[in-house]
Write a protein that binds this ligand. Structure first.
Ligand code: PLZ
Length: 424
């Protein structure tokens, strides 16, 4: 059945609120490529939104999932536990930053991990307030909508939202007049101290590099200063590494680039090699503050997803995908920089590892150019390159290739992008 025919069926069956970036339907995918049902090949610069870091249908993941579904698909860890859940928690404890004693708990999605991190922080501190940042994205459930900054499409007419969420200014080097990390942190801390009050803050929640908000890399020093303030105030510092985690930025976690050790880390996406699984990992005293039975869910740490996660981590270790992400940065970022130098409509090329972006502006200004961004993305799609946009202003083109993408696929993707920028 062709994409066109599937699209017709979809219109009569799938709710309009769920939309897709492209109108082609996938037949199969692997490495750095997708093939649609019409027989067209695509180069993948999306990874299903930073999920298939190990590649799509990665061999180890496929084998592990196959083996597990034949043994058992579900017992519920809260009813009858199994080894792989424990093993995934052990891996999370080993891989997340921080040499202190840790515990972990597993969930199904990023939003669910964030919700649980907030539950844990509130329980452990006995305080209500959660501090989040401009441009933040943390999910689409009621609490995480409140934590997410952008109204369209995420929050519009979906309120009322959960209370006790306070938003403070982010470090956004292109848009904050060149504040240093320390200055930007002082600006945020001032708002917290004046408007929330140190003793009320349960958690400070931040993406070390913002994802949906525009691939915003804070100025150096910003994250350490916020983490330090948080510690001093007795608040739980939570790094949302759902998009940045699992080798994406050239290390296991983006927090490592600035040497910060979050009290709690939320993970999902890349963790499961394509299967839905998420985690909250962090300081044992905070995690274990919660009473027995206070955390859980029917499917959290489902055995098939756990098998996939263990295989994905093994693949990352075996292929050294953190190094692969650094190589992708070395190959892509200079070319994106050259494109920016030759195109006054590109305000900045930025990012880390295989989490890279260009931000489009009206020439000579920092005024966002969302119209061109959409046009460039469409031109890429027409030429067979799957790219995504993001940003509060919808003016950022982001590049998230699977970490196993070949140099040839990377170069061909870049050539398509160059062509699209030349015409759109
Ligand atoms: N925290 C940092 O990036 C998910 C969302 C796409 P879920 N980002 C992609 C969309 O439009 O829904 C994300 C994230 C960060 C939390 C989440 C939420 O993760 O698995 O989508 O719930």
């Amino acid at each position: 059945m062709s994409s066109e025919e599937l699209h017709k069926r979809r219109a009569a069956a799938v709710a309009r609120g769920v939309s897709s970036v492209v109108s082609s339907y996938v037949a199969d995918a692997g490495g750095g490529r997708l093939r649609d049902v019409d027989g067209r090949e695509w180069i993948d610069f999306a990874s299903g939104i930073a999920v298939t870091n190990v590649g799509n249908a990665a061999p180890r993941v496929v084998a592990a999932v196959r083996e597990q579904v034949e043994r058992f698909t579900h017992t519920c860890f809260m009813v009858a536990p199994y080894e792989s859940y424990v093993a995934v928690c052990e891996q999370l404890i080993e891989l997340t930053p921080g040499g202190f004693e840790k515990r972990a708990a597993l969930f199904n999605s990023g939003a669910e991990a964030v919700e649980n991190a907030v539950k844990i922080a509130r329980h452990a501190t006995g305080r209500p307030a959660v501090v989040v940042f401009d441009h933040a994205y943390h999910g689409r459930t009621n609490l995480t909508m409140a934590l997410t900054a952008k109204v369209m499409p995420y929050k519009h007419r979906f309120g009322p939202f959960a209370p006790e969420v306070y938003r403070v200014p982010m470090s956004y080097p292109l848009r904050d007049g060149g504040l240093s990390g320390e200055q930007a942190a002082a600006r945020a801390i001032d708002v917290i101290e004046k408007q929330v009050g140190n003793g009320n803050v349960a958690a400070v929640l931040i993406e070390p590099i913002q994802g949906e908000g525009g691939f915003v890399v804070p100025a150096p020093g910003f994250l350490p200063a916020i983490a330090e303030w948080s510690r001093g105030a007795g608040a739980v510092f939570i790094a949302d590494e759902i998009q940045t985690g699992f080798c994406r930025t050239g290390s296991w976690f983006a927090s490592e680039h600035e040497g910060i050790e979050p009290d709690l880390v939320t993970t999902a996406k890349g963790m499961g090699g394509g299967l839905p699984i998420a985690g909250v990992t962090g300081r044992a005293d905070i995690m274990d503050a919660v009473h027995a039975g206070g955390l859980g869910g029917t499917y959290g740490g489902n055995p098939v997803a756990c098998a996939a996660a263990l295989a994905a981590v093994e693949t990352m270790r075996e292929l050294d995908l953190a190094a692969a992400a650094r190589r992708i940065e070395q190959r892509m970022l200079p070319r994106l920089g050259e494109l920016a130098a030759g195109d006054p409509g590109i305000g900045e090329a930025r990012g880390r590892g295989a989490m890279l972006a260009i931000e489009l502006v009206r020439p000579g200004t920092i005024e966002p150019d969302a119209v061109r961004t959409t046009a460039v993305a469409r031109a890429c799609h027409d030429a067979g390159l799957l790219v995504l946009t993001c940003g509060t202003y919808g003016n950022v083109l982001r590049f998230l290739p699977p970490l196993v993408i070949s140099d040839d696929e990377l170069d061909r993707g870049l050539a398509i992008l160059e062509g699209a920028l030349a015409t759109a």
